[in-house]
Design a protein around this ligand. Structure first.
Ligand code: UFG
Length: 345
């Protein structure tokens, strides 16, 4: 059984990926410092797969403890590196935290991997590296635009660190995955997104507003150059996204990769506006989402969606879920959270 280290494995995308890896027969070791997640996520994973993954509460910026972790779990075949800070606004306020956390953790892994004879890395990148693309849908060879936030810069620099390291040493292989907007939750509703405090992202704000936790959603701008005036994104079901990681890992383990570093867009190829998301959510779930049109949010890209055909052809992976089912899964998860809050009372 191949063994995979998942950093950030109790986080939103990480936890869904752990489930898909286990269901594909991989052994999984999770490393997470629980800075933006909860230990109970491991129970959610166990409910779905019947397997509680090995877990170590370690900060990936801690070289010494990461080294010990690799000693404790010999024979790891690949690393999927999710662990990172990801709030765009916070990164503007705390740039040093973002550079330290996101870059040091990656550099530690790259240094430790050859020491422990691990050559395969999957890296979480983002469509944020494209900025506002000149051409839509955006392909992997679109130019990298100056990032609008320290968070975005850490993804660009992280990609560069990987490319330079692999170029200098042919021991390594890497797959860089550029995510579009992951939403939704596992169909079982045992795991999902757990934003702490007021959500920054659209979907948790939508589900919390439908639940009555938030009074009103603000739609940031309706005067963009789009059909209904609101911004357009490529929303992808988190389980579809998670499955792409399993394919990427298998590709490296089976030595199918054509280049030492490969880069793929992970999106659906379908752009949806904020208003379309809100209205579809209301329709498929039979709930109201009170909203008002607010000013534009600073730093927002007007519209971006993926050309996923390279990933479709080369990885043989394709996003499967409909937007309707994706939005239903997001609501089921919010309902499950409400149930858990009631039980705790
Ligand atoms: N939006 C609202 N109201 C809200 C929240 C969001 O109208 O309360 C709108 C935004 O203006 C945007 C769209 O919903 O048009 C999506 O916003 P998100 O914050 O959910 O997602 P972003 O596209 O801004 O950012 C996401 C990730 C980032 C990542 C970026 C690009 O949160 O980490 O995609 O990859 F960098």
């Amino acid at each position: 059984m191949s063994k995979i280290l998942v950093t950030g494995g109790t986080g939103y995308i990480g936890s869904h990926t752990v489930v898909e890896l286990q269901q594909a027969g991989y052994g999984v070791v999770v490393v997470d410092n629980l800075s933006n997640s909860n230990i109970e996520v491991l129970s959610g994973i166990e409910k779905i797969t019947g397997i509680r993954p090995a877990f170590e509460n370690i900060d990936c910026t801690d070289y010494v403890n990461m080294d010990r972790m690799f000693e404790k779990y010999p024979g790891i075949d690949g690393v999927i590196h999710f662990a990172a800070s990801k709030a765009v606004g916070e990164s503007v306020e705390k740039p040093l935290h973002y550079y330290r956390n996101n870059l040091l953790s990656l550099m530690n892994l790259l240094q430790l991997m050859p020491i422990h004879k691990i050559s395969n890395l999957v890296f979480s990148s983002s469509c944020t590296v494209y900025g506002q693309p000149d051409k839509l849908p955006v392909t992997e060879d679109a130019p990298i635009k100056p990032a609008l936030s320290p968070y975005g810069k850490t993804k660009q620099i992280g990609e560069d660190i990987i490319r330079d390291t692999v170029f200098a040493n042919d021991f390594y292989k890497a797959v860089i995955l550029r995510y579009f907007n992951p939403i939704g939750a596992h169909p079982s509703a045992h795991i999902g997104e757990l934003p702490s405090g007021v959500p920054n992202n659209l979907l948790p704000f939508v589900t919390q507003t439908a639940m009555g936790i938030r009074k009103q959603l603000q739609v940031f701008g309706n005067d963009y150059n789009t059909p209904d005036g609101s911004c357009i994104r490529d929303y992808i079901h988190v389980v579809d996204l998670a499955r792409a990681h399993v394919v990427a890992v298998a590709r490296m383990l089976n030595k199918e990769n054509k280049e030492p570093v490969e880069t793929f867009n992970l999106g659906t190829g379908r752009g949806l506006s904020v208003l379309e998301v809100v209205h579809t959510f209301e329709k498929v779930n039979g709930v109201k989402v009170p909203y008002r049109i607010a000013d534009r949010r600073e730093g927002d890209i007007e519209q971006v969606w993926a050309d996923p055909s390279y990933a479709n052809e080369v990885l043989g992976w394709k996003a499967q879920e409909t937007v309707e089912e994706t939005l239903r899964s997001a609501w089921r998860w919010e309902l499950n959270l409400a149930r858990k809050r009631e039980e705790k009372k």
